[in-house]
Design a protein around this ligand. Sequence first.
Ligand code: SF4
Ligand code: FES
Length: 553
Amino acid sequence: MVTVNIDGKDIQVPKGMNIIEAAKLAGKEIPHYCYHEKLSIAGNCRMCLIEMGMVQKDRETGKVITDDEGKPQVRWMPKPAIGCGTNASDGMHIKTNSETAKNCQNGVMEFLLINHPLDCPICDQAGECRLQEFATDYGRGYSRFVEKKVVKPKRTVLGPRVTLDDERCILCSRCIRFCKEIVDDDVLGFVDRGSYSTLTCYPGKKLENNYSLNTVDICPVGALTSTDFRFKMRVWFLKRTKSICTESSVGVNTTVFSREGQIYRITPRQNDEVNDTWMSDSGRALYKEVEAENRLRRFQCKGSSISSSEALIRFKEIVATGETAYVGSSHMSVEEQYLLKKLTELHKGPVYWLQHIEEGDGLLISSDRTPNMRGALLTGLIDNLPGDDLKALGQKIDAGDIKNLVVYHEDVLKAGLTEEQIKKVNVLYLGTHVNETSKRALIEIPTLTAFEKSGSFINQQFRLQKFSQAIPGPAGILPDINVLTRIITLLMGSDDTVTSLDLIWQRMKEEIKEFSEVSFRGMPETGVLLDKSRFEHIKFPEGKTLHYEPKNR
Ligand code: SF4
Ligand code: FES
């Protein structure tokens, strides 16, 4: 640690930390555009100019030279320095709001706004635009520019998901550095000089990698926009809900933006231990499953609609006849898995599980394409890695050992069961969407997507992370924990209802040793790393995923 004096206050910061971050520790904001804590330093916007000086030392003795009052004498640099490119060292003095610093901020803002179009009323970035915010906080408040603004291309399609308005670009190069440094897809660059500098794709290339929408998130102005979200909704009308991406076992932290029961966009939420500040484009598109045409919306028996109570009673009656097998899912939350475990204990039957393995991208999509396989291990539904087919279950059906099959989310036909085998059993299906299994089910129970309920998942690091309900589910659909609890209650013939997450967690705390210190309410935003020693013998399929280690922060 070194001592740095920021605006008259001494503060201890790690040696080498850049001054923007050091000032944050001192509770000071240094305005900046091109600096991003997860990218290399470019130092090209000049918005972070500060005054910098060093304590003077006697060259011979090395002692600090003091003034008449005994205070150390500071030699101020004749010109301002950029905060993002200045690293903290012992005895450094910084002024972030001196006359000179303020003049610099004024000047840079005026310069940046010279050619910037005045289209804030129709710009998608309004409400989260750094240019607007800093113009108010650090700008001069009026323009002296009387010449004609430079006209640049508008509505340039950079790729399938990103549209560029070149006139709004302030040439900070964040998007260029992101593509080069994080995704290793060097497709963006500047062409032409001076006022005519323009962002573009290299000839013959497109911004089409699966992380392209992160450039929209980090663009400090409205130059890069999401083609999907463009002109759909003002951001200040949107409700923000903390969630977890279900695309893979990475467990990317997200924010879901919704209004009046409709999701408009998903953006990454910073968790340095999991996803830094990034997420995939494919993960952002998952909200479309909510309104998908094949959404299961009705309780059904033999293809005809019935009430939820009738469906649950029929379900209970069938399970109670015995010889039931269960196919669970790693898409279920920890709480749902715990209740499924209780159900399988109450009406004993073998539990089958499927893994969904595809190639990981080495960034934020791991090879396990489910969010919660670890949950099934911890709740005791499985004790090792599941296979990728259900042939063993098929043999049991053929042998006449199984008469009823409870299936959660999975498509058992895709997993190796045959039509003949399916015909031999009563299929009781619970899931969010129609699939080949649900079409052959005796009872169909619609369930909620992760956007429509709250709960928790355990990611590939054994990090327990919670997600919250962003929108209500379709009318009449019960939360999964209510469905499972009601079936358990019906089977037990008692009224032992545990339909709240807090109550489920109280029970899980007592029964599962890894959860003994956890409560749902008290779970921190960055999640809780659980003890994984019980599962050290398992060779999990995931490889390395993205984790940014800053070199020059
Ligand atoms: S498009 Fe946005 S992120 Fe890219 S250089 Fe321009 S202002 Fe920066
Ligand atoms: S933040 Fe752009 S020069 Fe420092």
